[in-house]
Design a protein around this ligand. Structure first.
Ligand SMILES: *[C@@H]1O[C@H](CO)[C@@H](O)[C@H](O)[C@H]1NC(C)=O
Ligand SMILES: *[C@@H]1O[C@H](CO)[C@@H](O)[C@H](O)[C@H]1NC(C)=O
Ligand SMILES: *[C@@H]1O[C@H](CO)[C@@H](O)[C@H](O)[C@H]1NC(C)=O
Ligand SMILES: *[C@@H]1O[C@H](CO)[C@@H](O)[C@H](O)[C@H]1NC(C)=O
Ligand SMILES: *[C@@H]1O[C@H](CO)[C@@H](O)[C@H](O)[C@H]1NC(C)=O
Ligand SMILES: *[C@@H]1O[C@H](CO)[C@@H](O)[C@H](O)[C@H]1NC(C)=O
Ligand SMILES: *[C@@H]1O[C@H](CO)[C@@H](O)[C@H](O)[C@H]1NC(C)=O
Ligand SMILES: *[C@@H]1O[C@H](CO)[C@@H](O)[C@H](O)[C@H]1NC(C)=O
Ligand SMILES: *[C@@H]1O[C@H](CO)[C@@H](O)[C@H](O)[C@H]1NC(C)=O
Ligand SMILES: *[C@@H]1O[C@H](CO)[C@@H](O)[C@H](O)[C@H]1NC(C)=O
Length: 336
């Protein structure tokens, strides 16, 4: 009996020891796999949440890295804040968002965010790669610059931004591939002529050597089509329709050998079309209708075998588009 009793005492003791070892093992695994958020990051996020009103975000647990919309890096710094279409209302405060210094992805599109984007907000977001604030109610002028040289996508489209697009905005944007500020209420210039930030002349778009998409249509942009746009030689799309841009399209456009979309309909553009436009063999969509273009139709366009749509109507161009022989362009769908 005594023998059995001692056995029965040993067994629970063994079980407890095993359980303790398992517990140690488990906490080891969890502490290497799950990186609890930093206390300061948590308070920045809570401060952000307190400045906006929204349906409950349920940001209550201790570890903010597990909150919906949040991703952290290995060290517990918040890298992603993704809350598109979450019914957020209110302003973006530099003192909360601006403290998330490791943020790489910020997507708050399709909400009801109000107010302006303060330059101060971005001063410490040096790691930002993607910024999507499209479809909100943001207004005011664009900040003077984005600090992050890592940024490659900016979508501020469908808001109520106004004023000029300052050339200084692009100062650090050497990695920028996509810039969309379509459908705002800019009433100012497409201002690449002066650099408000440091007084230098016009670096602007010329610095955007990686830019592939430039969209700023449906605004009230006036002024000339900026000359340094022709330096952004990776451009595949220039979409600036429904503005008041004037001046002519420069011969330098042939340097944009990747250009597939040239969308400038409803503007005040004048002068002749570059005769060598057709050297841009990747062109697919050329929509230049409703401008004041004059002179001859460039015969070189007959060589653009990728052309799907060519709209040149409602200009003062000589001759008729039917004079050109587009028989080699099998895919051309829309010709006006
Ligand atoms: C953000 O950082 C500033 C400066 O370090 C600090 O004063 C402020 O309290 C921080 N805000 C939050 C919400 O943590
Ligand atoms: C928060 O939790 C409530 C109740 O469970 C839920 O209805 C709501 O969708 C959650 N909010 C988010 C942002 O997940
Ligand atoms: C932002 O989120 C929306 C909704 O998920 C998505 O459609 C959009 O592509 C995102 N923006 C970027 C720049 O990734
Ligand atoms: C552009 O991004 C790459 C990483 O994608 C980075 O290594 C490089 O430093 C960035 N360029 C600039 C000028 O910051
Ligand atoms: C740019 O913004 C406009 C208006 O919000 C939108 O229709 C379009 O799809 C956007 N383009 C890209 C490439 O995201
Ligand atoms: C333009 O923006 C308004 C809101 O500012 C939005 O309702 C509308 O759908 C947008 N248009 C396009 C083409 O995206
Ligand atoms: C467009 O800009 C002009 C001045 O450049 C201004 O008079 C006009 O009211 C603006 N239009 C809209 C719709 O904002
Ligand atoms: C554009 O490129 C030309 C020659 O490649 C150069 O002389 C000029 O300074 C560039 N302009 C800008 C604004 O970068
Ligand atoms: C366009 O390319 C030509 C030849 O490559 C070069 O001489 C000229 O400076 C370029 N223009 C611009 C604006 O980059
Ligand atoms: C079309 O391309 C060919 C071959 O590159 C060239 O010889 C011809 O001059 C071009 N035609 C026009 C009208 O530019």
């Amino acid at each position: 009996m005594a023998h059995t009793e001692s056995n029965m005492q040993v067994q629970p003791y063994n079980l407890m020891a095993h359980a303790f070892l398992l517990f140690l093992l488990f906490s080891c695994i969890t502490s290497t796999n799950i990186h609890a958020c930093k206390h300061t990051e948590r308070s920045s996020l809570l401060s952000f949440a307190s400045t906006i009103s929204s349906p409950p975000l349920n940001w209550t647990s201790l570890d903010c890295c597990r909150w919906k919309g949040i991703t952290c890096n290995q060290d517990g710094w918040v890298t992603h804040l993704l809350l598109p279409s979450k019914g957020l209302k209110g302003g973006l405060s530099p003192s909360s968002l601006g403290n998330l210094t490791h943020l790489t992805h910020l997507n708050l599109s399709h909400n009801s965010l109000l107010g302006s984007l303060e330059t101060k907000l971005f001063l410490s977001l040096n790691n930002l790669e993607i910024l999507d604030l499209s479809y909100n109610l943001l207004s005011g002028e664009l900040p003077l610059s984005l600090p992050s040289s890592n940024i490659w996508t900016i979508d501020l489209s469908s808001n109520h931004f106004f004023g000029a697009i300052p050339s200084s905005f692009f100062q650090q944007a050497s990695n920028l591939t996509s810039f969309n500020v379509s459908n705002n209420t800019f009433t100012g210039l497409l201002d690449f002529s002066s650099n408000l930030f440091n007084g230098n002349l016009a670096p602007g778009l010329g610095k955007c050597s990686e830019l592939q998409v430039f969209r700023a249509g449906h605004n009230n942009l006036s002024g000339l089509l900026p000359e340094d746009i022709y330096n952004a030689t990776k451009l595949e799309e220039i979409s600036l329709p429904l503005n008041s841009l004037h001046g002519s399209i420069s011969d330098k456009i042939v340097n944009l050998t990747n250009l597939a979309i040239l969308d400038l309909y409803i503007n005040q553009l004048s002068g002749k079309l570059p005769l060598n436009l057709g050297k841009l063999s990747k062109l697919k969509f050329v929509t230049l209708d409703f401008n004041h273009l004059e002179g001859a139709l460039p015969p070189s366009l007959m060589n653009c075998t990728n052309l799907l749509e060519l709209r040149l109507g409602s200009n003062n161009l000589e001759g008729d588009i039917s004079m050109l022989d587009f028989s080699r362009l099998n895919n051309l769908l829309n010709l006006t």
